[in-house]
Design a protein around this ligand. Sequence first.
Ligand code: NAD
Length: 415
Amino acid sequence: MKENTNPYEIVKQQIQAAAEKLGLNDGVVQILSRPMRVLSVSFPVKMDDGTIRVFDGYRSQHCDVLGPTKGGIRFHPDVTKDEVVALSMWMTFKCSIVGVPYGGGKGGVICDPRKLSEGELERVSRGFMEAIASFVGPDKDIPAPDIYTNAQVMGWMMDTYSRIKQTYSPAVITGKPLSIGGSRGRSEATARGCVFAIVEAMNQLGKPLACATVAVQGFGNAGRVAANLLHELGCKIVAVCDTTGAIYNPDGLSVEELEHLKDDEHSTINDCHGFSITVDELLELDVDILIPAAMENCITSENAHRIQARIVAEAANGPTTPAADRILAANDVLVIPDVLANAGGVTVSYFEWVQNLMNFYWTEDDINTKLHDAMVTAYRKVTDVAKEYDTDLRTAAFMTALLQLAEAMEARGWV
Ligand code: NAD
């Protein structure tokens, strides 16, 4: 039977598995198995050639028992409502695991920003914010960047919201440029947090980081910075890929060269010194650390038994299916699950929001120290639960969050 890779079905299975281990109240599971609210929008944008194109998008608010909802906005041709809902559900768990007082939210617009001009991208960004402006807000639901959105997109959205409300409102969105209330360290935070988790995992396994081999799938915000930070720690980055292809060098790729090629609009990472391979081959390389940092469902029951990495650190959301998880666990591959591994992004987004509300800004050292504390505390909390219940880190991470979510639901009289 073909595996169900619908992320909404997957996250429900993950919640169910963790709730069963805890023997949790069915009411808690029922509440968490669907989103609180989902807004579906269509909005017109005038294109450069004078035609009008209508774009479709979604904003999902999963559960606000712990605080206002929070999560990125993705611009991608494959965005679906189920994907956005699933991503908002993962956010609820992620925030709880890392001790950030938010619920889960997520947004997405069906579009391919690589085919839009700068002006069209700005109009899509402003159009989407206009369409969701009454649904979001600093105490309600706070967006951030995700796939193919960046600080500039956040800046346009913050400006649109501020104009509509006629109030300077930096706290409505995070991941903004520094000049309008962005936080130092935010653009590197997802990768930095992931690296803190990897360091903790390697320490617990008693493995040295120096010369550890690393393959990174996806060379954007999360993957590119993770490759750089691990290189600085002495790891050997042997393979990276993006949508243009994958490149491999068993002696280690030059991270400086990759950076240069990525920034040069006439080159791709495939021009780096090394061998061209496929993205599938990259995933199956014999490396110490594999970092999926692109899309969902890249490790499935089809390829999981060929994964040779010792650690899979999920910088991306939802890269591994439940069936693949079982195969990896049986093969003794340590999976640092997305809800833990990439929680550094929302952690520093939270710091950005706090700074905006206080109108008082911290240094990058302050941010990185606080991020380190949050990630290490979360990692140790999750591994303790994993040991106590003799389970994998994903189930343990969901269990850790479920305990807090259930307690808050009880305190608010929901269950
Ligand atoms: P990004 O747009 O900056 O980068 C995505 C990268 O993946 C690009 O290099 C792209 O070329 C590559 N890619 C896309 N599809 C691919 C495919 N099929 N094969 C190979 N490469 C492919 O996005 P990002 O912000 O780095 O997000 C990547 C992942 O990390 C997503 O799952 C996202 O949800 C997750 N994440 C991001 C953040 C954040 O703060 N940006 C936070 C938490 C989680």
